[in-house]
Design a binder for this molecule. Structure first.
Ligand code: SF4
Ligand code: SF4
Length: 627
């Protein structure tokens, strides 16, 4: 789908992922610079820019995977100060990392225009929390846009970039998982003719926020927000339709669910709807006019009751006119602060406020019923994943009494038995510093696991801190040569990407030594004997020790390095050793056929030939694939 995004002509319609539509919208606006840290559900936005960059027509913007979200926003912030139109993308928790520059960027402004994409994840499909980043719009002072369809995703990012340039203020584009990952028809527009960025215009009284400057800039920010509020009153992104005494205010993907619910005959034409595409600042005058004459108002928003509370405050400030207005939101017919909304949920909430009994067939919750008794699919590392070997060996040497500090990445999948290699986790890059805290407070043996990408992201500072404060911790850097969890994006340590070989690698072991750690080893975890020995040596030592468990993710090695699986494992002789291997290593290529006492088998199609099981069980041998 990449090519039409880049080369599609105005008027053509293509079926695009929400994330792909965002890319097209940015190209139509004339984007100059894109920076990011990949994170689900935003990942396809930077991945698409990356795939297109360097292609003809994709060579007129600069793209980078930054080492973390703060750096991404700082790179983007610098670019927009030099007049470049800039998009910075991340997932919702990434905005926490970027919050520091974000607050000040809102003060000094963005001459070239800058949109921050925050892809929120209600329901925690792939995240450690459900935070609602519309609060960041309020906290930092950023106008907020919330698309509901793929078409709107394209149109709104374009509009947001152009308005950001006009206001010279950053804008938040808040999406949620369904918008990022839905696919819908998108009518393309013209790609803007490129203008060279104006370059950096020196103005320290604006761009160097010493206190005297910051106080003035805060006033400027408030003026810009007032200007944005005027736009919110007039923009066609905010629209009213329908009739009735029951009103609905909806933002984000809830608008799509509402549109579906209103197509049902029992509900069609019964409500007056205010769709907020630009959801902050609120178009207060239009909202007051909309609510005039309503008896009941339903507020639909995924996440926190932000609009609901703001509308309640607006009504309260407006005095007696709305004394009898019944405002419903969270708590109505199961509308919750938790998880995602869906058409069935919105339909029930709407029926409740309308006093309509839904006909049978429309009362169910999901549109597609999920069959009962589906097999459970617990989170699991792939067959042959080097993290499995790492965890197996660490558990063998350190056992249950050690405390295992985990971090964000594929390796968090080692949480469940038998690996049980994650006792706690705070956030991206926290394992070394949080592990240091546990070790200091408890005196327990503590092992921090951190991936290569996460180490570059924000693990280095934890290591520096551990050295400086003389913590007693073993750090295991699980270096799988890619950023696997979010889709195999490159990081500063990789040697190959979809665009070919990388010639500028940053060596993790050199960084670790440069941080002042003397006890460092780099060992392949698939070589169990050598890895176990390194662990024994680390166990006998104290202070900050770092073991770099280096072996490429086999999926990455196959896809990008072209590594072939020529030899696989098979069970040559059933026995206790083979059963023990199944139970302790738990590679998903293994299965027990016929229940307890049955035969252990290895699925050759799943086996990636890591050969770890052969080192554990004499009854397992290697053979050529297909033999
Ligand atoms: S060699 Fe053994 S441990 Fe490795 S993927 Fe194959 S079955 Fe699993
Ligand atoms: S994608 Fe790679 S690193 Fe992640 S679990 Fe699978 S094999 Fe391991």
């Amino acid at each position: 789908m990449s090519k039409p995004i880049l080369t599609g002509k105005a008027g053509e319609t293509h079926l695009l992922l929400g994330n792909e539509a965002i890319v097209r919208g940015a190209l139509e606006a004339g984007i100059d610079v894109v920076s990011c840290y990949p994170g689900t559900p935003s990942s396809e936005v930077p991945d698409t820019f990356f795939a297109l960059s360097g292609a003809q027509g994709g060579d007129d913007y600069y793209f980078e995977y930054s080492v973390n979200e703060k750096v991404a926003l700082e790179v983007g912030g610098g670019a927009t100060l030099a007049g470049a139109m800039t998009l910075v993308t991340m997932k919702h928790v990434g905005v926490n990392v970027a919050a520091d520059p974000l607050m000040t960027l809102a003060y000094i402004g963005t001459p070239g225009g800058l949109v921050l994409l925050s892809a929120d994840d209600p329901g925690c499909h792939s995240s450690q929390n459900e935070q609602d980043n519309r609060y960041y719009a309020r906290l930092a002072g950023l106008p907020c846009f919330e698309p509901a369809t793929a078409q709107e995703a394209k149109d709104m990012v374009r509009e947001a970039l152009l308005l950001s340039r006009q206001w010279q203020q950053p804008v938040l584009l808040r999406t949620t998982t369904r918008l990022n990952h839905l696919r819908g028809p998108v009518a393309l527009g013209e790609r803007a003719a490129k203008q060279a960025p104006a370059g950096f215009q020196k103005n320290p009284r604006r761009f160097v926020p010493i206190p005297a400057v910051a106080r003035v800039r805060h006033g400027e920010l408030l003026k810009k927000l007032a200007e944005a509020a005027e736009t919110s009153e007039s923009t066609s992104l905010n629209r009213v339709h329908g009739e009735g005494k029951v009103g609905v205010v909806a933002s984000g993907i809830s608008r799509a669910y509402l549109a579906d619910a209103l197509q049902d005959s029992a509900l069609a034409g019964k409500a007056r709807v205010f769709e907020l595409g630009m959801s902050w600042p609120l178009p207060e005058k239009r909202l007051l006019s909309f609510m005039s004459g309503l008896q009941t108002l339903l507020v639909l928003e995924e996440g926190e009751p932000i609009l609901e509370n703001e509308i309640r405050a607006l009504v309260q400030r407006s005095g007696k006119a709305f004394n009898s207005l019944d405002i419903r939101g969270k708590g109505t017919a199961g509308l919750s602060r938790m998880g995602e909304y869906a058409t069935g949920l919105v339909r029930r909430a709407l029926a409740e406020v309308l006093g309509v009994n839904l006909p049978e067939g429309l009362t169910g919750s999901p549109t597609c019923a999920v069959p009962e008794n589906l097999p459970q699919r617990p989170p699991n590392l792939c067959a042959g994943c080097p993290h499995r070997a790492t965890y197996f060996a660490v558990r063998k040497i350190f056992g249950d009494n050690a405390v295992y500090s985990s971090d964000i990445g594929c390796y968090t999948l080692g949480i469940l038995p038998p690996l049980s290699a994650a006792d706690f986790l705070l956030c991206m890059g926290s394992s070394i510093s949080a592990g240091s805290g546990v070790s200091k407070a408890s005196g327990q043996t503590t092992i921090a696991f951190i991936g290569d990408s996460t180490f570059y992201h924000s693990g280095i500072t934890g290591l520096v801190n551990a050295v400086f404060n003389k913590h007693d911790i073993l750090v295991v850097i699980v270096d799988n040569r890619t950023t696997a969890m979010t889709g195999h994006q490159p990081n500063p340590g990789v040697d190959v990407t979809i665009q070919g070989a990388c010639d500028s690698q940053v060596d993790i072991e050199a960084i670790v030594r440069g941080c002042g750690v003397c006890n460092v080893q780099t060992v392949n975890p698939l070589k169990l004997k050598a890895f176990n020995q390194a662990l024994e040596e680390m166990k006998a030592a104290s202070g900050v020790r770092v073991l770099i468990a280096r072996e490429a993710c086999p999926l990455h090695a196959r896809r990008l390095e072209g590594r072939k699986v020529t030899r696989v494992a098979y069970v040559a002789q059933q026995g206790e050793d083979v059963l023990a291997c199944l139970e302790t290593l738990a590679c998903p290529a293994f299965s027990l056929v016929g229940g307890a006492g049955g035969e252990v088998r290895i699925d050759e199609d799943q086996c990636s030939g890591c050969m770890v099981c052969l080192q554990m069980a004499p009854g397992i041998k290697a053979k050529g694939r297909g033999e």
